[in-house]
Design a protein around this ligand. Sequence first.
Ligand SMILES: Cc1ncc(COP(=O)(O)O)c(C=O)c1O
Length: 367
Amino acid sequence: MESNRRLWLKQISLGVAGIGLANFKSFARPTQDFFTISPDNLPIKLSSNENPYGPSPLARTAMIDNINISNRYNWQLTSELIETLAKINNVAADNILMGAGSTEILDLVARFSALQKGSLIIADPSYAYWTNTAQKLGLIKITVPLTADKKLNLDAMLKAIKPDTKLIYVCNPNNPTGTICDRNKLIKFITEATKKAMVLVDEAYLEFTDQQSLSSLVIENKNLIVVKTFSKIYGLAGARIGYAIANTKTIEQLSELQSWVNGSISVPSTAAALASLKDEKFASDTHSLNQKARQFTIERLEKLNLVCIPSYSNFIYFSLTNYKKDFFEQLKINNIIGTKIYEEQGKWTRITVGSMQEMQKFISAIE
Ligand SMILES: Cc1ncc(COP(=O)(O)O)c(C=O)c1O
């Protein structure tokens, strides 16, 4: 367990000395306890897979310090962030493209694929909001059902590729089910699928697992794009920072569709991202607190006789088939924001893993 944790830390941590952080005035950890829960009068938001503890203390300080210099564009800070991300992901700076959240990158990829016209493939259910834009731009959406145990059906996705397929989206771990692909199987899938189309691997939740990123594969494979975000483990959803990792040629092509290349992220957000990468403790605490709260919630849901899918993320997919009360009404009267039914058959819903106290309140609300 401990070696897993160390491996995980190594995967996500900076691991590079001497990265310049000239614009940060202070890295002092504020004394305030940031691991507190929402006050009683606020709703408990368990709908968007946000980090209940973030932003990290170092990121908060960096944001505040950098408000004062937000009258200026800051190319240097963006370059520092890109260099840092390149080192973490074992790629070069020109393999990285920054966006205002990974959503901007998903949009860019959708636009890039739509320019070539044809179809896109996505599992169902998966993270599909961005496909509305893709469809509006003319791409035909082909959906591939998950396996019975709610995993991506990579074989079926491979078979679904048509001569006109331009893009295949792989969410790993998958939102909303929290399942993960076996890494070797995924690499085999990518090897085959990228002979025919672009594969986009969305690693929004990968830092909640012990699995290594596929980022370094992009060096050899111009048909692979890996997308990452600061919105989840780093707790910066509202700061809007994400990025693509891809072959230099692919980054160049995507850049042509971004009017200001790497220019969408504000100075405080860029500073926050850099500081977050330094705050190893925060990411590691989030990782272990999430594991504990997730395990507690799954155990309690199972005690209520509700079937849960094993989760590798900060959310849980479970079935309301055996639930006797009105689940959504119970949430409403207890001031808790949940999601929806994702699959009518089996009445599958998703709940974000908040802090332990939030999850205790969630369980009391539905018991
Ligand atoms: C799988 C996945 N990808 C991308 C996003 C978008 O994240 P953001 O635009 O905040 O980086 C989300 C948000 O919940 C997500 O679940």
